[in-house]
Design a protein around this ligand. Structure first.
Ligand code: G1P
Length: 287
C-alpha cells in the first residue's frame, strides 16, 4: 500500500468575513496563535506526520503566505551577524530542507472542491492528505497522522469527525455514520449534508478539516454540479464517491480550535500560551 507523501493546503477562497476587520488585508491563514501563523501549525502537523510534498492552493492577496515559506536572506544574515542562533534556527526550520513546496494559483474562488481539483496534476494518481489550516488541532499524535494510520490499515478514504453542538451544525458538513467495529473510534459514512439547518441535520457529527483521499475523488470533482453559489464543494464530490467506495470517519484524539471564528482564535491563544509558552498569569486578567 502506498504511503501518503503529499498534502494539499487550500488557502480559503472566501472573503474571511467572519474575521473582519483583520482579514481585510491579511489572509486568515496568516493570523497568529501566539507567535506562529495558523498555516505554519498546519505545515508542522503534516511534516511531523511524514508528509514531504506540500501543495498550497493560493489566490490573489495570499502572497504573504509564499513569503513566509520562502528564505529571507537579509533576516538570516542579520541573525548570523548578531549571533542570534536560537532565532536563526527557528527561522531556518520553517522550511526544512527535505520538504518540497508548490504553490498553485486558484484564479477564481470557486470553492474547496475546485481548489483541490486544481492540484490534480501534482497529486498524480496518489492518495493524498487535505489539511484546512483554520481547524487548528493540538494532539499527541498529529491529527493527520491518526488518519494516515487508519488508511494504512484499511486502504479506504478517511475523514476526521467530531461531535458539535446543535447550534453549530450549520457551519459544517454533517455526516450520518454507521459503526465500523473493526477499528476503535472509526465509523463508516453513509451520507453527508453540507451545512444543514438544525432541523434537517442528519446528526451532530461534523466533518473536521482533515482528509485522506484516494485520487478517484478527482473524477467526481470534475463532474459534480456546482452549488447555488456556483462553487464546487468537496462534500458534493465525497457524496458522489460514496456510491463507489468506502469512506471512513475517524474520531481523532486532540483539542481543536475553530480558528475561522474570533472566539476560536481567542481560546487557541490562551491554550497555546499556557501550554507551550508558560503564560500562566492569565487568571489575573479574568474575573
Ligand atoms: C469546509 C467543508 C465542511 C467541513 C469544514 C471543516 O467548510 O466544506 O464540510 O465541515 O470545512 O472545517 P468551510 O469551513 O470551508 O466552510
Amino acid at each position: 500500500m502506498s504511503k501518503i507523501r503529499k498534502a494539499i493546503f487550500p488557502l480559503g477562497g472566501g472573503m474571511g468575513t467572519r474575521l473582519l476587520p483583520i482579514t481585510k488585508a491579511l489572509p486568515k491563514e496568516i493570523i497568529p496563535i501566539i507567535d506562529k501563523p495558523l498555516i505554519q501549525y498546519a505545515v508542522e502537523e503534516a511534516i511531523s506526520a511524514g508528509i514531504t510534498e506540500l501543495i498550497f492552493i493560493t489566490s490573489r492577496n495570499k502572497r504573504i503566505i509564499e513569503d513566509h515559506f520562502d528564505s529571507s536572506p537579509e533576516l538570516e544574515k542579520y541573525l548570523i551577524d548578531n549571533n542570534k542562533t536560537e532565532m536563526l534556527s527557528i527561522i531556518e526550520n520553517i522550511v526544512p530542507r527535505n520538504i518540497k513546496f508548490s504553490f498553485i494559483r486558484q484564479s477564481k474562488p470557486l470553492g474547496l472542491g475546485h481548489a483541490i481539483l486544481s492540484a490534480e496534476h501534482i497529486i498524480n494518481n496518489e492518495e493524498f492528505a487535505v489539511i484546512l489550516a483554520d481547524d487548528l488541532i493540538d494532539s499527541k499524535i498529529p491529527a493527520i497522522k491518526q488518519l494516515m494510520l487508519i488508511f494504512q490499515q484499511t486502504n479506504s478514504n478517511v475523514i476526521a469527525i467530531q461531535d458539535v453542538s446543535l447550534e453549530d451544525v450549520e457551519n459544517y458538513g454533517i455526516a450520518a455514520t454507521q459503526k465500523y467495529p473493526k477499528i476503535k473510534n472509526t465509523e463508516e459514512i453513509s451520507s453527508i449534508v453540507e451545512k444543514p439547518t438544525r432541523k434537517s441535520s442528519p446528526s451532530q457529527t461534523a466533518i473536521v478539516g482533515r482528509y485522506i483521499l484516494k485520487p478517484d475523488i478527482f473524477d467526481h470533482l470534475r463532474i459534480i454540479t456546482p452549488d447555488i453559489k456556483g462553487e464546487i464543494q468537496l462534500t458534493a464530490a465525497i457524496i458522489s464517491l460514496l456510491k463507489e467506495q468506502k469512506i471512513l470517519a475517524y474520531r481523532y484524539e486532540g483539542q481543536r480550535f475553530d480558528c475561522g471564528t474570533k472566539h476560536g482564535i481567542f481560546y487557541a491563544n490562551i491554550y497555546f500560551g499556557k501550554k507551550y509558552h508558560g503564560f500562566n498569569a492569565i487568571n489575573k486578567f479574568i474575573e
